[in-house]
Design a protein around this ligand. Structure first.
Ligand code: ATP
Ligand code: MG
Length: 449
């Protein structure tokens, strides 16, 4: 239906350069009822006070695709202070870009003032670094300039809830219809200005099911190293969006195809080249995608724990090979892997503790004797640890029998549990065995000496 409507739009000649194509509802089909109450309240209030105000960006794109937008952004010619004064529950945020958050009930709408684009040189309000990367940008501009400074044509659409018209400066509706992601302006310089756009291209292509148009795609491989210049926190947020998009598997595969995975999760490239590691990561991503699409909660800590598991595993084995006892070797491996990641992505601060807990449970899940399994069942992170173990089983790293044992043990009645415990591994026997081993080793040493 939408396609047919869009088809009609493009049989007409609505577009002229620099002037927007103004597309009426009869042609695009998006009714104002699809806009959230809060977003409508915001545009309506601004317009009543004589300002221009539109719903912009991802929300318009998603509505045209027939999807429910996650959130609504509004663009206006009112300055942040003016917006702030019109809404009681609002505040100004951001430094790089100053924005206003307007709250209604539990919803927040982000309101940005039209901003100027490329034709502005550096000034106090717009600061670039030696690589051409924008580090501060508060140059206000016209609506047309605001459209031009946006990343992709399909993200530069303005919807006016009052008239139900879409203002389209860059043939975004046509691109959407052709399922094409196209950078506005010269792709290479736009990536240089803000390298995160490379990651956004891949994320949007994977999650919207669109193709990155050849000219937009071409510079990515060459410019990929510029991602190192992006502050870790921004990189992390964008990566998290990709991983939680419901299309993480496709997203990660595409990152690899574009040569963007280096340094994002250091050595994700190496992991993906090992059959076991790749299988494990892909299973974990499929699992996450399935949960997101079924509207079930997912834990980023769990997800990152899976992405880095094979690195931990390699470092753990290396530690053991150097003669470090198993558990201390695991802990050293976890710290080492998180340390490397912390420099690239701000993982440790937010999710490091979760990840460590899940990893630390893994050797404990293999021991199935005495009181240990009971203690583990009471562990607050048991469920996550067990889900993680199942992925390890499914990927062929751990004997599937172990996962199956835990599945049964959780649901079994007490007598059955007793019967399931692995015999001959009680604490007494273990102590005796350890003593014997120490004695044997002592004898060997003295024999050598
Ligand atoms: P999502 O649905 O994942 O939120 P989105 O396109 O809405 O996708 P946001 O990060 O919410 O992404 O950004 C809102 C809008 O701001 C985008 O649609 C785009 O117009 C613009 N934008 C965001 N990031 C950039 C960027 N790095 N460069 C240029 N424009 C950007
Ligand atoms: Mg958005």
């Amino acid at each position: 239906m939408i396609r047919r409507l869009l088809g009609r739009v493009f049989s007409t000649t609505l577009f002229r350069p620099a002037k927007p194509g103004v597309i009426p509802r009869s042609e695009h089909g998006v009714s104002r009822e699809r806009i959230s109450r809060c977003a409508f309240h915001v545009t309506d209030t601004l317009q009543r006070h004589g300002h221009a105000a539109f719903v912009v960006g991802g929300a318009v794109r998603d509505l045209l695709l027939g999807r429910d937008p996650k959130d609504f952004d509004v663009a206006t010619d009112a300055r942040p202070e003016q917006v702030r004064h019109l809404f009681r529950r609002s505040r100004i945020i951001g430094r790089r870009f100053r924005l206003v958050h307007v709250m209604c009930g539990r919803e927040t709408v982000e309101v940005s003032t039209f901003r100027g684009g490329q034709d502005f040189g550096a000034s106090d309000e717009r600061v670039t670094d030696e690589h051409g990367r924008i580090v501060r940008d508060n140059v206000f501009g016209t609506q047309e300039q605001d459209a031009r400074r946006r990343d992709f044509s399909i993200n530069a659409l303005f919807y006016d809830p009052a008239s139900e018209q879409i203002w389209d400066y860059h043939h975004g509706v046509a691109d959407l219809r052709k399922r094409r992601l196209r950078m506005i302006g010269d792709p290479e310089s736009r990536y240089r200005e803000d390298p995160i756009r490379m990651l956004r291209a891949v994320r949007l292509a994977a999650s919207l099911g669109v193709e990155i148009e050849p000219d937009t795609r071409k510079p990515i491989r060459l410019l990929a190293p510029l991602l190192h210049l992006v502050p870790a926190a921004r990189l992390f947020d964008e990566m998290l969006k990709l991983l939680l998009s419901g299309h993480a598997r496709e997203g990660v595969l595409q990152l690899r195809r574009e040569g963007l995975h280096h340094g994002l999760l250091p050595m994700l490239d190496v992991i993906l080249e090992q059959p076991l590691g790749e299988r494990f990561v892909m299973l974990a991503l499929e699992d996450t995608d399935g949960r997101i699409r079924a509207d079930k909660p997912v834990s980023p800590g769990f997800l990152f724990a899976t992405l880095l598991w094979h690195e931990v595993l390699a470092a753990w084995r290396a530690g053991e090979a150097r003669g470090i006892a198993s558990i201390p070797a695991l802990h050293a491996a976890m710290d080492q892997v998180l340390q490397v990641q912390a420099e690239q992505l701000a993982i440790t601060r937010r999710f490091g503790a979760d990840m460590k807990e899940i990893w630390a449970l893994q050797p404990r899940l293999v021991q199935r004797s005495g009181r240990r399994p009971y203690r583990l069942l009471d562990h607050p992170r048991f469920r996550a640890g067990y889900d993680f173990l199942r992925l390890r089983c499914a990927s062929g790293e751990v004997d599937p029998e172990v996962g199956e044992w835990w599945r049964r043990f959780q649901h079994a009645a007490e007598p059955e549990r007793q019967a399931m415990l692995v015999k001959g591994e009680g604490p007494r026997k273990r102590r005796r065995r350890r003593r014997r081993r120490r004695r044997d080793e002592g004898e060997e040493t003295s024999a050598e000496g």
